[in-house]
Write a protein that binds this ligand. Structure first.
Ligand code: BGC
Length: 749
């Protein structure tokens, strides 16, 4: 007991004291300390709640603001920074935040798309580019990465994360933090990262945004928390709380989460910011009035209050009434000031405000080239009936569909810093990449014919534009065009903002207007390639049965059209793999690959059996498994072997497999390793991803691929939440997706 107390006291004091920060704290009044805990937005960004900050200028001068977001550009940021530095009593510079979720101005694919590349070097490069552009525009703090595990594609924000898997999600989290922060937070091309939304935001009941979460600790620790921890271990500078409750207490006021786990168990020494008014929202959650919830949040370990001004307006009173201590306020203030110090803002508050940089660093040719590459690498080939793809560049192509020439829908959700006007449409991309092809376009259908639905989606601008023509006239034009062409490319799916924040859906199929279009195009008898755009896994069982090619392209970003053309015409062979399972129907949700066996497993045949864990009306298996994705070439796996059959607790083990490219194109493959812990003290998943490697194989080439498991890869959190590996048998599976069949077993002593 004494040992535990000493240990946690040590952990609490682990935060290194920075003399400059301590000296400053000595000079600060109580009001000035509280001021550092206040994050405002003057309304230049995306207002995601009802509140937008008022009297920002006066508050900055009064020392009542620690940071701002929604302000960008060296000139504008300088105005704000000068108010703080020259006109507030102590001249403390501001943190300047932003939501740079998938690129700053050079928008690259939505995070779910980028994760589908399974290429951690590219993920890191993408974040580096975003940091260089954002810092050129005066930003020094980014509200990213979002690492919330999502196993419910009804939830619109699945688009913003890396999918369903804790292992892959952790690798993406680390790579992104490294990319934003580099090795030196004070360098002018790096920014503070903020991992979000802590915690479990992706597990809201029924896939509804902001909804309650209730989860066992075992599931949290093993499945949902690893990516946040990976970001913390990678040195992330800040953490954003989530809107939901965890074990009955909203994350923003949850001491177990913010102090016991994050600071004491994980040794996080950065600062914690709330989400947009999530502090005030604890009133609606039912935890008391603004003063009560603000005191609760400070006590829990929240350092900065985004937009809601609960800290600013109530903490002094709570101190007077003994509900918080001055030490609580000083500690929070210290954490915010430390971040400013680490960013180099005390040395030079204007270090990110070089007016020459935007032109030099933003939307450069190199950046656009990288965005194009990132997009091409994010696409997943779901099906390729009779090798319809790739297309030759000299054909008569009917380019059809409501997303084929729709600039407004290329960037994807949460791209407030991007500019839709700069996006390349697919029609333009086709003309750029295949100038000798004959490319004729027809819209064919509206994204949706439902004006009410369109209104909900169009909050940030026209995404679903309902044509003045009658649907049957549009359809006829498209069918006539198809009949006169060699091949049809139909670009269909979701508009931007049909996924993203507050964009949950209960029906995940392609909207009816577009389904009709697809059927009519198939009836022409022409070969049809579907280019499918969405911010989430969709349910496409009918389309999947059709004789088509399907290329899943997510929302690809500013270079959308060029990247899609690169892949459709074979200049790049698709190599993406799904990072979220695609269900057959909404009833299968939540759905993910690392399910448990249960005591009554369904038959392998998937034929219904009474008193087994299955459905009367659907197989358990998904339409498309986690890790799935085809290539224009074919890879053959053989000869899986392990370097040992038995290992001790501190030993590693390596699996080697032969992979051969036996098709007609050079191509990249993601070799995946899954592990099954056959017997253990808590029910094990049937298999879990524990390693992967992306390799390039020339046509006809073969390679030996070795993936090594470190001792930690065999560990899990047991009933006591200790991270342990238990002796016994393990089975390794290696292959092209989560159904990998080659397997070997070994023993842990
Ligand atoms: C979102 C956050 C975002 C914040 C600030 C909120 O609505 O949940 O992810 O960082 O707004 O824009």
């Amino acid at each position: 007991m004494i040992a535990i107390t000493l240990l946690s006291m040590w952990a609490m004091n682990a935060q290194e004291r920075i003399p400059e920060v301590e000296a400053l704290l000595q000079k600060m009044t109580l009001e000035e300390k509280i001021g550092q805990l206040n994050l405002l937005t003057p309304g230049g960004g995306v207002a995601t709640g009802e509140v937008v900050s008022k009297n920002v200028e006066a508050k900055i001068k009064a020392g009542q603001v620690g940071g701002l977001f929604g302000v960008a550009g060296p000139d504008k940021v300088r105005v704000a920074q000068e108010l703080a530095v020259k006109e507030s009593r102590l001249g403390i510079p501001l943190l300047i935040g932003s939501d740079v979720i998938h690129g700053y101005k050079t928008t690259y694919p939505i995070p779910l798309g980028l994760s589908s590349s399974w290429d951690m070097e590219l993920v890191e490069q993408a974040a580096q580019m975003a940091a260089k552009e954002a810092t050129a525009d005066g930003i020094n703090w980014n509200f990213s990465p979002m690492v919330d595990i999502a196993r419910d594609p009804r939830w619109g924000r699945i688009a913003e994360g890396a999918g369903e898997d804790p292992y892959l999600g952790s690798r993406v989290a680390e790579a992104t933090v490294r990319g934003y922060q580099g090795n030196d937070l004070a360098a002018t091309h790096t920014m503070l990262a903020c991992v979000k939304h802590f915690a479990l935001y992706g597990a809201g009941e029924a896939g509804r945004d902001y909804h309650s979460v209730d989860m066992s600790k075992i599931k949290m620790f093993n499945q949902y928390l690893p990516p946040y921890k990976a970001a913390v271990d990678a040195g992330v500078a800040s953490v954003m709380t989530s809107f939901n409750d965890v074990d009955g207490i909203p994350a923003t006021g949850n001491k177990w989460l913010l102090t016991d786990l994050l600071r004491n168990r994980w040794d996080f020494d950065g600062f914690v910011v709330s989400d947009y008014t999530s502090l005030n929202e604890m009133i609606a959650h039912g935890l008391g009035d603004l003063q009560a919830v603000s005191a609760l949040a400070l006590k829990a370990g929240l350092d900065m209050d985004m937009v809601g001004e609960g800290f600013l307006t109530t903490l002094k009173k709570s101190l007077e009434e003994g509900k918080v201590t001055e030490e609580d306020i000083t500690s929070a203030s210290r954490r915010v000031l430390r971040a400013k110090y680490q960013s180099g803002l005390f040395e030079d508050p204007y270090r990110y405000l070089d007016g020459n940089r935007p032109e030099k660093d933003i939307l450069t040719k190199e950046n656009r080239a990288l965005a194009r590459k990132l997009a091409a690498h994010s696409f997943v080939l779901l099906k390729n009936h009779q090798n319809i793809l790739p297309l030759q560049k000299n054909k008569k192509i009917a380019l059809i569909g409501p997303l084929a020439d729709s600039r407004n829908n290329m960037l994807g959700t949460w791209a407030p810093t991007g500019d839709v006007k700069l996006a390349v449409t697919i029609r333009e991309g086709f003309n750029n990449v295949a100038p000798n092809a004959s490319i004729q376009y027809a819209k064919g259908a509206n994204i949706s014919d439902d004006p009410e639905f369109a209104k909900h989606v169009n909050v940030f601008g026209p995404r679903i534009e309902i044509d003045e023509r009658l649907p049957e006239d549009m359809l006829k034009e498209a069918v006539d065009l198809a009949k006169n062409s060699d091949v049809v490319v139909a670009v269909v799916g979701e508009a931007t903002e049909m996924s993203g924040e507050a964009a949950s859906r209960t029906d995940l199929s392609i909207p009816e207007s577009q389904k009709k279009l697809i059927k009519a195009l198939i009836e022409t008898g022409k070969p049809v390639a579907l280019v499918l755009m969405s911010g989430r896994p969709l349910t496409i069982p009918e389309e999947y049965e059709l004789p088509v090619a399907i290329l899943q392209v997510w929302h690809p970003g500013v270079e959308a059209g060029n990247a899609i053309a690169d892949v459709v015409f074979g200049d790049y062979n698709p190599s993406g793999k799904l990072t979220g399972t695609w269900p057959r129907n909404v009833g299968q949700i939540p759905i993910y690959h690392s399910v448990k066996n249960t005591g009554r497993p369904a038959p392998e045949s998937e034929k219904f059996q009474k008193f087994k864990s299955n459905y009367l009306d659907s197989p358990n298996s998904p339409l498309l498994p986690f890790g799935y994705g085809l290539s224009y070439t074919t890879f053959a796996y053989s000869n899986l072997r392990l370097n040992k059959t038995s290992i001790g607790q501190n030993e590693s083990i390596s699996a080697t497999v032969t992979v051969a490219n036996i098709g007609d194109y050079d191509g990249e493959e993601v070799v995946q390793l899954y592990l099954r812990d056959v017997v253990r003290s808590i029910t094990p998943p049937k298999r879990e991803l524990k390693g992967f490697q992306k390799i390039l194989l020339k046509k006809g080439e073969r390679k030996e691929v070795t993936i090594t498991l470190a001792p930690d890869d065999l560990k899990f959190y047991n009933s006591q939440l200790d991270f342990v590996a238990e002796p016994g048998e393990f089975e390794i599976f290696v292959g092209t997706d989560s159904n990998a069949q080659l397997s070997r077993t070994f023993n842990l002593k």
